[in-house]
Design a protein around this ligand. Structure first.
Ligand SMILES: *Cc1c(COP(=O)(O)O)cnc(C)c1O
Length: 358
């Protein structure tokens, strides 16, 4: 068997979920499990939070159907709403909560005949300018949807563009825009993603929507997950599959981009970009071999990457390698590669077996 696995620590997941709930006492939480639970495996994540999570949030009807099959009690929110008219009756059958983010969706909902009324979350575009209605149009649609036969609860939702940058002026602007609509009668309100759960209590409202924090990564560039009390959930582990000595001046990998400036010991690791490791990780990116940091060298290949073991002469074929996880935070690796923990976690490919620790 190829020595590469993504170990998923479900007790860490539950710890992080409990921490999110403690940040917003008395509020309910949609655990965000879109994109296969940020790459961790939606079945196991939902099963692990079943009974604890008040609800789950997903990006499509297909994802929602999978969650509903695992949990027939929790609320399941479609974050972008329905993509075509045929989805409204299906959403009702599944008992979903539905975002309505534009006039096409609102009209399609009113033209549909669902088997039961749906909980509708009117989306306010409070400043991100991606989805949602202007404040005036929220008022308009509030009037039209309130009391409509297709609508059970009528709720308000919006999303921050810069909550990861604490103190960014847009956060205040967006919060104000949300608060100004609360003279309207809404059954439930929701605004906070992970960053706002952790840093913006005024945005907690009735339902928080933690995503990345559940998986033990930080939503902030300047605060790491450990400082926030979060525990890493996924550890991507490989092995050394070859070790060789090269001379000063010899190169490693495709394009011969890295050249040894001293006699060097090179280790080859069973993980590459086809597993989701970032191909653009530069030489020097940290990798853990037997728990010790060594630098990546040369280009990342499809199935392998290379590290410089010169300062770890005892390293042998078969030794354990951690690409990220419990010993090396996914956020640190992401920063070294110019990306985010979100991207690295969601990009772990299907060929990497997930192993679950209860
Ligand atoms: C993905 C998503 C979230 C979760 O965001 P995190 O930054 O991962 O906490 C919350 N709300 C909406 C609308 C989303 O699309």
């Amino acid at each position: 068997m190829r020595p590469l696995i993504a170990a998923v620590d479900l007790s860490a997941l539950r710890h992080n979920h409990a921490l999110a709930k403690r940040c917003a006492p008395g509020r309910q939480a949609f655990a965000v499990v879109k994109a296969n639970a940020y790459g961790h495996g939606v079945r196991e994540v939902v099963a692990s939070l079943r009974g604890e999570a008040d609800g789950f949030a997903v990006a499509s009807l297909e994802e929602a159907a999978e969650v509903r099959a695992l949990d027939d009690q929790a609320r399941v929110l479609l974050l972008e709403g329905c993509f075509e008219p045929a989805e409204y009756p299906l959403a009702a059958q599944l008992g979903l909560d539905l975002v309505v983010q534009g006039p096409e969706q609102a009209e399609a909902l009113l033209a549909s005949a669902p088997c039961r009324p749906l909980n509708v979350w009117l989306k306010l575009d409070s400043g991100m300018h991606r989805l949602g209605f202007s404040p005036e149009r929220v008022r308009h649609w509030h009037a039209r949807l309130r009391g409509a036969a297709q609508v059970a609860e009528l709720n308000l939702i919006s999303h921050f563009a810069c909550a990861d940058q604490r103190g960014h002026s847009l956060n205040e602007v967006q919060l104000e825009s949300f608060l100004e609509l609360l003279d309207l009668e809404f059954d439930q309100r929701s605004l906070a993603n992970s960053a706002a759960v952790l840093a913006l209590p005024a945005a907690h409202m009735d339902w928080i929507r933690p995503g990345i924090m559940l998986y033990g990564a930080s939503p902030f560039a300047d605060l790491d997950a450990r400082e926030l009390g979060l525990k890493p959930v996924m550890t991507l582990s490989a092995q050394l599959i070859a070790v060789r000595d090269i001379e000063k001046g010899e190169s490693v990998g495709y394009g011969a981009t890295w050249e040894a400036d001293r006699p060097s010991r090179i280790g080859t690791v069973s993980c590459g970009y086809a597993d989701g490791y970032p191909r653009h990780a530069p030489s020097g990116t940290p990798v853990l071999v037997n728990g010790r940091r060594v630098p990546l060298v040369g280009r990342v290949s499809m199935d392998m990457l290379a590290v410089d073991l010169s300062d770890l002469p005892e390293a042998r074929v078969g030794d354990s390698v951690e690409l990220w996880g419990a010993g090396l935070s996914v956020d640190e690796l992401a920063a070294a590669c110019g990306t985010l923990g979100y991207e690295l976690l969601t990009r772990v490919t299907a060929r990497v077996p997930r192993r679950y620790l209860a």
